[in-house]
Design a protein around this ligand. Structure first.
Ligand code: SF4
Length: 418
């Protein structure tokens, strides 16, 4: 499998290597404007909902915001409701380590807007809401510029931007809907999926920006051409944020099926080091798992991992995975909305215990502390109004499962990775 990847710096610096799909034509000095965009992508022909559902099934399109729910099924649910619907484009991310939607909106905003327009027209929605990240004002501005450029085009759809208040949980689907309803940009419990009852209680297609870009791409290229990227089981590509929570981070488009080790080597990272896959709520992979895995849902599932929103956090030389996990848990404990018990009490206690772990020098204390961390992780799981405590507990459990030997090393006063 050749590398069909393109790397795009978060601030829009890009270099094309070979065969990107969504980001084709994006390169140094490229203009993200509508005129340039139309040289690469046709204005999407209007499609019926049935046609969009069929296309989405053909390429197995799943939501790229993290949940990986089949897009066609979500659309079918919204259609079957028979009521007036809403469309929300979510490019707010929230997680500091995720920059792929920001990069997409900076470099190819019209592909996302094409996808949104197609969907809005098919569902007879005249007003589309776009949630943009409060902590990245350049993204909000890029989206506004793109919207202005489209004013002379098809008039049926009006786009409106909404700026989130930022923070880890602010980008969650329900937090975005709360904000659009005029309430605090924080998640709430929802018994019914938003495709049945979302904004204003109406069936709501709340779509990740990258998901809509794929919808536009398959609508222009056709499923057969689109499926030249990726594998038979998973056609297409993924936008990946690599080490994007620190300096030197990048966003890269890669087809499904690329070996993870090769991908990391290509990006300048050592595959013989641990990888946190799926972001701050993600799963640790040990080096032998990294080098035996491809970018594939089935492959990752062998190790209990999911790609989520496409965040990859490789450990740099000198980084200790126990210390890094503790830093993330500490950050996540501060990001809680302070509404639910597991977040108010449980996450700070979990963060405090994780911070102590790398410094423990007695086997008995290490065993007790590990047991306490597992207990705290169990106590917060399934008890919050949103999945923030569950995701944090999953990260901690993954650390304990992956680095059991490393915890022993720390007791002996050294870290294999530092
Ligand atoms: S679980 Fe935590 S983050 Fe989620 S709503 Fe409750 S307090 Fe907020």
């Amino acid at each position: 499998m050749s590398h069909q990847v393109l790397e795009a710096g978060f601030h829009g610096e890009v270099s094309v290597l070979d065969g990107p799909l969504l980001l084709r034509g994006v390169g140094p000095g490229a203009n993200p404007g509508l005129h340039e965009h139309r040289r690469l992508w046709n204005e999407p022909a209007r499609a019926t909902v049935e046609q969009l559902i069929e296309r989405s099934w053909k390429i197995g399109l799943t939501g790229r915001g993290g949940a990986a729910f089949p897009f066609a099924r979500k659309l079918q649910s919204a259609v079957e409701s028979g009521r007036k619907r809403e469309l929300v484009v979510n490019c707010s991310e929230g997680e500091p380590a995720s920059a792929k939607d920001s990069s997409l909106m900076l470099t190819a905003p019209h592909l996302v807007l094409d996808g949104a327009q197609l969907l809005a027209e098919a569902l007879e929605i005249g007003h589309v809401h776009i949630a943009v990240p409060g902590e990245r004002p350049n993204v909000a501005e890029a989206v506004r510029v793109a919207i202005r450029e489209r004013r002379g085009g098809r008039k049926a759809v009006h786009f409106e931007t909404h700026v989130t208040s930022g923070g880890f949980v602010g980008g969650q689907a329900r937090a975005v809907l709360e904000m659009l309803s005029g309430r605090e940009n924080l998640p709430v419990t929802a018994k019914t999926p938003e495709a049945f009852a979302g904004l204003r209680g109406r069936p709501t297609m709340l779509c990740n920006a990258e998901t809509l870009a794929h919808l536009a791409a398959v609508s222009d290229l056709g499923a057969e051409v689109y499926s030249r990227w990726g594998t038979a089981a998973e056609p297409g590509t993924r936008l990946l944020s690599i080490a994007a929570d620190g300096p030197g981070g990048l966003v890269l488009e890669a087809p499904y099926g690329v070996p993870l080790g090769e991908l990391l080597t290509f990006c300048g990272y050592d595959p013989a080091r641990p990888l946190l896959l799926g972001g701050y709520h993600g799963t640790w992979l040990a080096p032998h798992q990294v080098t035996s895995c491809t970018l594939s849902s089935a492959d990752l599932a062998r190790f209990g991992a999911r790609l989520g929103a496409g965040v990859l956090l490789p450990m740099l030389p000198g980084d200790c995975p126990l210390t890094y996990t503790a830093q993330i848990v500490d950050y996540l404990a501060q990001q809680r909305a302070k509404r639910c018990g597991p977040c108010t009490n449980g996450l700070p206690a979990l963060a405090s215990a994780c911070k102590r772990l790398p410094g423990v020098r007695s086997r008995r204390e290490s065993g007790d502390l590990t047991a306490r961390i597992r207990e705290l992780a169990g106590l917060v799981t399934g008890r919050g109004a949103c999945n923030h405590p569950d995701g944090t507990a999953r990260l901690v459990g993954s650390m304990l499962d992956t680095f059991g030997a490393e915890i022993e090393n720390h007791v002996d006063g050294y870290c294999h990775y530092v």
